[in-house]
Design a protein around this ligand. Sequence first.
Ligand SMILES: [Zn+2]
Length: 260
Amino acid sequence: MNNPECWLLFSRGNILLTGSGDCLWQDIPSHLGEIVQRHPLGHHDGCFLTAVELAVPEADAAERVDSVPVRTAIMAEALPGFLMHQAASLINWGRNNRCCSRCGGSLVESARMDDRARVCKSCDYQSYPTVSPCIIVLIYRDDQILLARGIHHPPGFHSLIAGFVEPGETLEQAVAREVMEETGLIVSDIRYQSSQPWPFPHNLMVGFTARCTGGKLQVDTRELVHADWFPTDNLPQLPPRQTIARQLVEGFLEPMRSGR
Ligand SMILES: [Zn+2]
């Protein structure tokens, strides 16, 4: 017997909520709007889950259905993280790739059900979902770590240095370059720790630790408001525990807490 279907519904970058405040729908109410795109995700909790974008008319969207930003749903852990990240990445990609990047023709879904590509009707170019690698790095020096407040962060909030990998770079080269550009510091002992998809719009955050071995702290004010060294026993407000930034900090602190 096939699993029943269930749906994760998106519109205008938000996730639509059922009447009971859930994000999993058992059907797609036709009154909400036309289906713009759909992406099968896989099996979840006894049903087959598909992410769907609906064109909910803007004028009365609020009256038709409640919704929450994707970021809110991720932080609330409304679904296992990988499902929400995958759904949001694919919906974002679909919203931003309606036309062929080679000839400008219209893209349509691949005829193969197991293929995520969209195919150009004019030139047959195949467009696949984008994944953009970014590095994020915990920089340490003795028992201090470097934390920074980005220009988009609220006052008091501090996080780690992060940035996009450039074409031709290794991940380690991207770490060293981003740290130098944003802080003026030199790092070595660059060690991979873990990774996390981050669907804003389709990033893969690759987490490292790195030891500061030189340079002079000089903040790039185009990216950061403030950066400084913090003793590990007196840290400021950190990102939520669902983020790789927080997990890198916790992973760094864990051996100290356990006395290793
Ligand atoms: Zn084309």
